[in-house]
Each structure stands twice: as C-alpha cells, then as structure tokens.
Write a protein that binds this ligand. Sequence first.
Ligand code: FUB
Length: 326
Amino acid sequence: MADKEPIVTHVFTADPSAHVFNNKLYIYPSHDRETDIKDNDNGDQYDMNDYHVFSMDEVGGPVTDHGVVLAQSDIPWVQKQLWAPDAAAKNGKYYLFFPARDQDGIFRVGVAEGDKPEGPFKADPEPIKGSFSIDPASFVDEDGEAYLYFGGIWGGQLQCWKTGKFVREDYETMEASEGNALTAKVAKLSDDMNSFTSEVKDVVIVDDAGEPIKASDHDRRFFEAAWVHKYNGKYYFSYSTGDTHYLCYAIGDNPYGPFTYGGRIFEPVIGWTTHHSIAEFKGKWYLFYHDSSLSKGVNHLRCVKIREIVYDEQGRIKLAEEQPKV
Ligand code: FUB
C-alpha cells in the first residue's frame, strides 16, 4: 500500500478533526512546533501554543491555511500545551473545543466561539466546568443534541480521575494492569455549547461477550483520541490504543454506548502517537490521521494525511484498499 503525502507541509500538523461545513471540508488540527524538550511519557514535548484551521473544496485539491485562529496568549486560564482540538456547528455558530493545562498543571477542556468555520475563535475565560483530561471530540446528533467525548491516559491524566476528583499522585501509576480498562468520558452539551448538562459518564467498550475490555488488553483498550461518527443508524466510537499504536473502533446503539469492539482501522504509523477523525465528504468516507514522516520520525513534529475508508455489509470499517482487521 503506497504511503500518502501530507496535506500540509509548511507547518507541522497533528490530531486532525475533520468536519464538513457549508459543503467545504475543514480540518482542525494541533499545530506542532519545534522544542528542545526531551520526549517523556508526560508528553511535555508536545508544547503547542496556537491553532490553525485548514479547508479544502476537494480531497486531494489545494488546502487553504486560515492562519492562527486561537492563541494561548488569548486564553486566560491556560498555562501551556494546546493539544488536540475539535469543532462543532450549532445554531449558526461555530465552536472550537480544546484541551490545555490550567495554571495548576491540570488538563481541562475549553471552548471558543466563532461566526465562521474558519474562525477566528474567542475563548471563554474559564474551562468547561466539570471537564478534565484531553482530546475533546464533539458529536452533534441528527436530533440536534450535542455531546462531548474526552479523555486520555498517562500524559492526558485520565488515571488521576478514577475517584471523580483529581489525585495528582495517581499519575505515577500510569494505568492499572488489572480490572477493567479506564474509559473515555462523555457528557451532554448545553444548547450554547459551553457547559455540560449531564453528569460525566463512562464510555464503556465491551467485547463480543458483552464484557468490558480489560486494562491488560493494550491492543484493544481505550488510550486517547476519542471520535464519534454515525453510519447507517449506528454510533461508531473510535480511538487510539496509545502504547500499541492502533486506531480501533467500537459500535453502539446510542451516543452513550456501551460500544462493542469492532476491529482495527489502522496499523501503527511513523512516530509514537496516532490520532484520527472520520468524516463523510461528497459521498465518500475518509480517515484523517497523522504520522511523523515529514520530520523523519520526530514524535512531536507530525503531519496530517487522509485515506479513504469503506464499510462492508456488516458495517465493519476498512481502508478502501484493504480487508477489515478484527
Ligand atoms: O498532540 C498531543 C497529544 O498527542 C494528543 O492530545 C494526543 O491524542 C496525541 O496525539
């Protein structure tokens, strides 16, 4: 299978969240930047401080860089590390959701509002109340209800929230090796998209027998990079397995799950992280992902790429040029 070219080469981009607004494809990625910080499990080397938005009329066509749409210096609560964002549209407004460390070094999720999909966006002065950890992914259902999924372990601190309160010392455990895996989180969003209107719930992934995926099952357990899309009336929850570097998916009947493990979408890429989104554009479905090929393997200098995906008769996902992997 031939490797794909990066869609942007003049800046480093990662964690692409793709959406179609007004018949145009928009990508909301992290904006990676060079740093001397050595790689560690805390992810300190991912020291990003602003966001760009990119758009295109066709997959494979010219890509427009809309420039800086939100900068760390304009977000009062943020100390550092603007990580993987996502965007949503509701009631004629556009919303950028983003994780960052607050002044106490705790990851929270913020929201910024704009009048156009390409921004600029103005951030709320405080993070979303009740939010924590990283990698927000918004999903607006056909009935107009909106949800925010989030969470990521190790550097994303999800292991510190097992009790519902932040326990800094639990960072050191990284993740338990026994029992059920840590789960991503989901909460319903308010109509103005800037607060939670439900409690934060667990996104449980189960195996074919209906048993929650175990913490020791590193090939299938959730690590980070949640994404939800709907296909043929089913809800697809997809995610990264982190240290085993797979992109996997699970299928459910409603936005809260449980989601039954469905298989792998993507094998490990060049670079440690793997993070994606899935969207339909002009009648075809695509996987948006990143690797570190543009920087020749530097983990924190990544580039966004696109591949077409298809579904088989059972609704299983595969790359357009491959067989499904279970
Ligand atoms: O880009 C920083 C972090 O790396 C993201 O939040 C994770 O999903 C991983 O891609």
